[in-house]
Design a protein around this ligand. Structure first.
Ligand SMILES: [Zn+2]
Length: 287
């Protein structure tokens, strides 16, 4: 009898442990988004006010879940406030609209520095000699559930929605990439057909960007995307959301692959630019 009671108590404890967070999340999502949060989204992410009511509502719910589940940590004395949380969560969740997916399930912490942050890097020269160097970064994405961001650059990315530079979109594209099991430029796509066409189109455009970078030719995408297939996907994501008209014109098939994956058309949120667009060289998330 006592064994039965023990099993019942353990069962109840397990049910509570697993069920309670879900119950709390459901309760959070039943509430409308705080109007103060919504105002911060509208103020800090210019495209928010140009999105349809349905997409705004989806983004609100994703942001509520993101803020409920993820922890923000200020670094180098930075105090993370609502404006920072909403600006980061709002941009990160743009990548999840219409996708019926979980909200970055492997991610638990976002570390925010006031500006570019220094990290040690090991460099190996041609002779195999290893040296330690320090490098300034704007953002980093880790497979162990952390994203690191420079607040200065988060703000710049959020306010200028036409330059193709957005550190939040970049680092959260890496998070999506890593959900497939490896950071190789191919996020989880579902069917074999989808992987085949993704691979064909992205491999070809990656090779073309490498040539552009080698000969320093102008390109819609930042040349930082030529460093690896993973960086190509992250930079293509920035370009898709920030320079959609230029990407659709110059890289139609790539735009179409990203459209199938992200299930939104960012051209709806931006006026079409004049034909004589000057493509800036810019820089990636490294400084
Ligand atoms: Zn990157």
């Amino acid at each position: 009898m006592s064994a039965l009671i023990l099993i019942a108590v353990l069962g109840a404890a397990l049910g509570f442990a697993f069920g309670f967070p879900k119950w709390r999340l459901k309760r959070v999502l039943r509430q409308p988004i705080d109007p103060h949060w919504q105002a911060l989204l509208a103020r800090n992410i210019p495209i928010y006010s140009r999105m349809s009511g349905d997409l705004q509502h989806q983004l609100d719910k994703l942001v509520q879940q993101f803020l409920f589940q993820k922890k923000f940590v200020g670094c180098d004395g930075l105090e993370v406030d609502d404006q920072m949380r909403l600006t980061i969560a709002g941009q990160a969740c743009l990548l999840l609209l219409n996708r019926h997916t979980r909200v970055y399930p492997a991610l638990h912490t976002i570390l925010v520095y006031p500006s570019a942050f220094m990290v040690p890097r090991k460099q190996v020269d041609e002779a195999g000699v290893v040296t330690e160097a320090r490098q300034d970064l704007l953002g980093e994405s880790w497979g162990d559930g952390r994203v690191v961001l420079s607040w200065d650059h988060v703000q710049r990315g959020a306010h200028d929605w036409t330059d193709g530079q957005n550190v939040v979109l970049h680092e959260f594209a890496h998070q999506l990439d890593s959900e497939s099991g490896s950071n190789n430029g191919a996020p989880y796509l579902g069917s074999e057909t989808s992987y085949r066409s993704w691979s064909e189109v992205l491999s070809r455009d990656f090779a073309n960007l490498r040539v552009d970078a080698m000969y320093r030719q102008q390109s819609v995408m930042d040349h930082y995307g030529a460093t690896s297939p993973a960086e190509f996907f992250a930079v293509a994501t920035e370009t898709f959301f920030e320079k959609p008209w230029q990407m659709a014109e110059r890289h139609g098939e790539l735009y179409s692959e990203l459209f199938k994956y992200y299930r939104v058309d960012p051209r709806a949120w931006q006026p079409q630019p004049e034909p004589e667009v000057q493509y800036g060289q810019g820089y990636g998330h490294w400084q």
